[in-house]
Design a protein around this ligand. Structure first.
Ligand code: URA
Ligand code: SF4
Length: 211
């Protein structure tokens, strides 16, 4: 897709999310949180759902969990401004409860469109809800966050070949500081994964066997 077309399609997507009433979460939100970051980002981070601060500001990961995430990203050489950040659901569940399966299903088409538009090389799933949802989309079996985290998987999601890496949610690492070095270790793998998978995208067999 040409850059101008991608920008236009992205703006359409954001407008749709702002007007969306496809699940009950729309009734509680102050601001939907579509996501943010460069449309040519090679890395996409996917959290669970907006929290209170995110709902107030309409931006992802701007509360406590966001501060921790931003500092770890800096530390591992992956500045926040270079990555695209979004969530599985775009509106805040009341009281920060987990999004329900039917809410996740209702909102999923937006995430899949974001993946098709941005075509990231690496997708990092933050936490079990995001991990399970993206594994399912990739046709991979999810055996729980503590078993899957830190293990990069080649995956095809929304028709895009990516490396999918699940890790702990930053909010979990605030609640349980012992998870923090593990979250750092996992995010620290992303620059290397980009080195291995971040080059030219092979679109078809023709790229391997030019006629
Ligand atoms: N937690 C999330 O999963 N997403 C946010 O945007 C903020 C906190
Ligand atoms: Fe629409 Fe998603 Fe918000 Fe539900 S959470 S109202 S599906 S944007």
């Amino acid at each position: 897709m040409e850059e101008a077309d991608a920008r236009e399609e992205y703006e359409r997507l954001v407008e749709e999310i702002k007007r969306c009433q496809k699940c009950p979460l729309h009734a509680y939100r102050r601001n939907p949180v579509p996501g943010e970051g460069p449309l040519n980002a090679r890395v996409m981070l996917v959290g669970e759902a907006p929290g209170r601060r995110e709902d107030e500001q309409g931006r992802p990961f701007v509360g406590m969990a966001g501060r921790l995430l931003t500092s770890i990203l800096e530390k591992v050489g992956l500045p926040r401004r270079t990555v695209y950040i979004t969530n599985v659901v775009k509106c805040r569940p009341p009281g920060n409860r987990d999004p329900k399966p039917e809410e996740i299903q209702a909102c999923l088409p937006y995430l899949l469109r974001q993946i098709r538009l941005i075509r990231p090389r690496v997708i990092v799933a933050l936490g079990r809800i995001s991990g399970k949802t993206l594994y399912e989309q990739a046709g991979l079996r999810w055996r729980g966050i503590s078993r899957e985290r830190g293990v990069p998987r080649e995956a095809r999601i929304a028709g895009v070949e990516v490396v999918l890496l699940a890790t702990y949610h930053p909010a979990a690492a605030i609640y349980n500081p012992r998870l923090r070095p593990l979250l750092e270790e996992d995010l620290g793998k992303v620059p290397r994964l980009l080195g291995e998978h971040g080059g030219r995208r092979f679109r078809s067999l023709e790229d391997f066997f030019p006629s």
